[in-house]
Design a protein around this ligand. Structure first.
Ligand code: NAD
Length: 296
């Protein structure tokens, strides 16, 4: 293996530390404590794990954490009422509705009911538009975490060829916007892309966000390229359950210049960026300077 491992766990700890320091100052100097509310509808086991972890890390950062757990058969009206209540609550600066929602609920409608200034997931249509037009917005947590890792490794990303594999609204598209914002030349590849291996071979930066275990082999990667693996896939190998990314780590690490592992890469950065976004939202709503290095 020749690639440098980009340690998301370590960088996430640094980000959480910066957030906690800023929160301490905010509380001491202004008597303000940032508050994050997470709304979980139903009992999806993976979502329950995420929500627990978010709540724990929010409290560890010195912030207020509120959880609203609603039954799987909650009506849209009742869910919208909870969102409205949180929108109006001055002690809550960030609202996150855990996705996916049960099928009878309209995700777009619910997300767009969140006050855009409190939309710490960055999925509200206003934030999507602000990001696309290069204006100050709330930035989706996973792509923000990827951007922080890339900046940490490269310094400037200006002029680099970046290929994002996947065009989802939560990862692929905002990732491409952020890379464009940092002056990369960006290609978005997806399931219909012709000759994907050749497209990926042109990249200085590859961000894989597909959801297919180990789909990207090392011989697609240009020597020295930086690989950010967003994929989280559960597979069974040698009779054991394992987590793997969208990139075949072993063969890719043999050619890449730097690579994120799974687990321990993008995953920990996502929650760290949720805390950073909550702090940013709190500072903005109080007209205070934003923390440095924690936004796009
Ligand atoms: P998604 O299913 O919404 O989107 C997948 C994208 O991959 C689609 O745009 C599709 O066009 C593309 N795609 C599918 N098959 C392809 C192929 N053969 N070749 C090229 N592109 C193809 O998924 P998502 O929500 O963007 O998530 C992607 C992965 O990232 C999943 O494994 C998910 O679990 C993971 N994820 C991780 C984090 C984290 O915190 N680390 C956060 C969000 C998502």
């Amino acid at each position: 293996m020749s690639a440098k491992i980009i340690d998301g766990k370590a960088l996430a700890a640094t980000v959480r530390g910066k957030v906690a320091d800023h929160v301490t100052r905010l509380t001491a100097d202004h008597g303000i404590t940032p508050g994050l509310a997470v709304v979980l509808v139903g009992e999806d086991p993976a979502s329950q794990v995420y929500v627990r972890s978010k709540g724990k890390q929010t409290i560890e950062a010195g912030m207020k954490s509120v959880e609203h757990k609603l039954d799987a058969d909650t009506s849209e009206a009742d869910l919208l009422a909870v969102v409205a209540e949180l929108n109006a609550d001055p002690t809550i600066h960030g609202i996150l509705v855990q996705l996916p929602l049960p099928k009878h609920l309209n995700e777009d409608l619910v997300i767009n009911a969140i006050d855009p200034a409190k939309d710490v997931d960055g999925f509200h249509i206003s934030n999507v538009g602000l990001l696309a037009t290069g204006q100050k917005s709330m930035v989706p947590c996973t792509p923000l975490g990827c951007l922080m890792m890339l900046r940490e490794h490269h310094g400037s990303l200006s002029g680099l060829n970046a290929v994002v594999i996947g065009r989802s609204n939560i990862v692929g598209k905002p990732m491409a916007q952020l890379l464009l914002g940092d002056s990369c030349t960006v290609t978005i590849a997806h399931s219909r892309t012709k000759d994907l291996p050749e497209v990926v071979r042109r990249a200085d930066i590859v961000v894989a966000a597909v959801g297919r275990p180990e789909m990207v082999p090392g011989d697609w990667i240009a020597p020295g390229a930086t690989v950010i693996d967003v994929g989280i896939n559960r597979i069974e190998r040698d009779g054991k359950n394992r987590l793997v990314g969208d990139v075949d780590f072993e063969s890719a690490a043999a050619v890449a210049g730097a690579i994120t592992p799974v687990p321990g890469g993008v995953g920990p950065m996502t929650i760290a960026c949720l805390l950073a976004n909550t702090l940013t939202a709190c500072c903005r709503s109080n007209g205070l300077p934003e923390p440095e290095g924690l936004t796009a």
